[in-house]
Write a new protein. Sequence first.
Length: 360
Amino acid sequence: MILEETKILRVNPDLSGEDDIKKLAFAADVLKKGGLVAFPTETVYGLGANALDEKAVKSIFTAKGRAQDNPLIVHLASASDMNKYAKVDMCEKAQLLMAQMPAPLTVVMPKRSNIPECVTAGLDSVAQRVPQNVVARKLIELSSVPVAAPSANISGKPSPTTAEHVICDMMGKADVIIDGGMCNVGLESTVVSLCKQVPLLLRPGGFTYERLCEILGEVEISQAVLSQLKEGQKPESPGMKYKHYAPDAKVMLVKGKKENVSKLLLEKYLEGNTGIICYDGDIEIYDEKIITVGTRSDNSTYAEKMFDALRKMDKIQGVQCIFALLPEDTKGISLAIYNRMLRAAAFCVIDADEYFKKGE
Ligand code: TXA
Ligand code: MG
């Protein structure tokens, strides 16, 4: 840290407050001086440092307890800056994706030599993104540096989607925490690599796979998105090999027909010591241990509330196990929900249809 203690700065999400720009200018100055600033984005809160300052970047890894071989995303105020740090001209498809920015989308391309090795964990590619969130973009613009930022959680924990989550994990570690309200997507950006002939989806997120295919044509999905890596198997994106998004309570996922899922969740709830994450109306009981995440037909609420729900469960006394349902398919945002929840649950899934068939 470069400040003596963590400063929390509240700004309006649309920067309409009188002092909002002044506050961001202060935070931007902290970034320029080598400090750590946590800031809101449309996906999750990020923990930022000047990407060109090696010492500052290294302090991100210390603050999070993050493995050194897991590279960071470089955040920019404008897509036109991407060419400064990546060999954009080497990727035919880059222009198509750059035209979509700002967006909850991160593009991996061959890096230029001005990006320090600690940002990319020694890889010859760099991940870059232009956040949609106006607070994030203004902060980056005022700092006039590229901002390396992972999610602002302690490594392994659910990503932070509110300033309270960040305060919980980063008090005394970040110089500044900017409170700009709740993140509306609620889960991290889509990461796509343009380093090979066929674009490769490394992490699903707010920018859907279907949308990527519309823009790019063929897009491969990395095997690690929906399945567990085998012992010794090397992931295309280093982040995928780590335990992720896990609350302290054990998470179990439930899939199957609506009636069976509801029946199983109710059974588990009645056992006690159990938290439930389900859709509105799945269990008609009011209890803080039952957190609802919208409707089956619109999983954007699930995405938005997912990490918050996992963190809330840990705060409820006595919850040792969380049963969460999985979306009915992996279309749209549901692919990202699947990807995160499978990791939170260490790939533990119960098929409610099978469960009741066996019991007959
Ligand atoms: O929405 C987001 O992307 C948030 C906000 C703060 O912008 N950031 C975020 O960063 O989620 P992080 O560090 O938690 O996740 C970055 C992911 C990791 O899985 C990492 O392995 C991958 O991006 N990544 C970064 N650089 C890469 C590279 N050069 N090649 C392959 N994967 C890379
Ligand atoms: Mg993260």
